[in-house]
Design a protein around this ligand. Structure first.
Ligand SMILES: Nc1ncnc2c1ncn2[C@@H]1O[C@H](COP(=O)(O)OP(=O)(O)OP(=O)(O)O)[C@@H](O)[C@H]1O
Ligand SMILES: [Mg+2]
Length: 299
């Protein structure tokens, strides 16, 4: 199969939408902006049919939860599989990259953590694990109000899995993905356990460390055993292990370290602990997307 046009589809019409701009690209897919009259959407184009079908089904399940882009349609274009979905704004990886010192300020960090946690709570409530929690898989909405208030949404359900039936019976993933080698996976996933909701939250805690300005990419280059030990220490003794930039988030890391796969996760308590990281502000207050020297800035 010839997939060499995946990243050069701008100018193409698909489903009445003109692809105007490549917004993002991954290993098997590309995300474009698509325009039809006044309507602008995102169009995810992929070579991986099964992953995209799972993503489409998951986005449909989450439609009314308001934590992910709204699903519009699925389709095909030549060898590609397509999802049309709500266009959102810049992702958190890009916003971190554009921020001074490549780090979110504390008051932004706690509010981003709070909102990302709310996204995971809604996803887990549907008995879905995301399994690919990282800054690039969260984005803020496009500001539609004069104050430029935005909220965090969770993206990219290509690796997600509906892990349990309504009665709680665990479900196997027929794709048999081996996530052990995923460097930014939780300690338990690295040692071969199935991904459970607490592992998504653990991955979020790594994203928080990265968002605070720590060079997480460098950390991931450690030899596997050393990286695994660091992840375990982070759970056992966050106060001694957290990089200094992330220390403000200690109450959050304390509770992440207490999570297991047996006891139900108390999301309200986790959100309270995030609030405890910075009692002087309301962590549930809105984020604002502004500009600094022509670059997007999240405050
Ligand atoms: N609905 C959307 N609106 C605007 N931008 C989006 C949207 N969905 C995705 N993006 C952008 O495209 C990037 C890639 O999207 P996504 O993560 O869904 O695809 P992917 O191919 O699975 O990526 P990867 O393999 O790198 O994880 C995101 O990081 C984000 O910057
Ligand atoms: Mg992605």
């Amino acid at each position: 199969m010839c997939y060499d046009t995946l990243f050069t589809l701008d100018g193409t019409h698909i489903r009445g939408y003109l692809l105007t701009r490549l917004i993002g690209n991954g290993s098997f897919g590309a995300v474009y902006e698509g325009k039809c009259g006044l309507d602008t959407i995102a169009m995810k184009v992929s070579t991986e049919e099964e992953d995209l079908q799972i993503e489409a089904a998951t986005l449909q399940k989450l439609y009314y939860s308001d934590v992910s882009p709204k699903f519009h349609f699925t389709g095909r274009y030549g060898p590609y599989h397509i999802i049309g979905l709500e266009l959102v704004g810049p992702d958190l990886e890009l916003l971190r990259d554009k921020a001074a010192w490549k780090s979110f300020k504390r008051h932004t960090l706690v509010r981003v953590t709070y909102q990302a946690m709310k996204c995971l709570e809604a996803v887990h409530k549907m008995r879905i694990v995301h399994r690919d929690v990282k800054l690039a898989n969260f984005a803020v909405t496009l500001p539609t109000n004069p104050e430029n208030r935005v909220v965090v949404k969770i993206l990219d359900f290509g690796l997600s899995h509906n892990y349990a039936d309504e009665d709680g019976t665990l479900r196997e993933d027929s794709r048999n993905l081996d996530l052990r080698a995923m460097k930014y996976a939780s300690h338990d996933v690295n040692i071969g356990c199935d991904v459970m909701p607490k592992d998504d939250i653990c991955q979020l805690s790594f994203a928080v460390i990265y968002a605070s300005g720590f060079d997480f990419a460098q950390q991931l280059k450690l030899p596997a055993k050393q990286l695994l030990d660091w992840k375990q220490e982070l759970i056992r003794k966050p106060e001694d292990t957290l990089p200094h930039q992330t220390k403000v988030m200690l109450p959050f890391f304390d509770i992440v370290g207490e999570l297991d796969d047996v006891r139900p996760i108390n999301y309200s308590l986790i959100k309270e602990r995030i609030q405890a990281c910075m009692p002087e502000i309301n962590v549930a207050s809105d984020l604002i997307l502004t500009e600094d020297d022509g670059e997007p800035l999240l405050v």
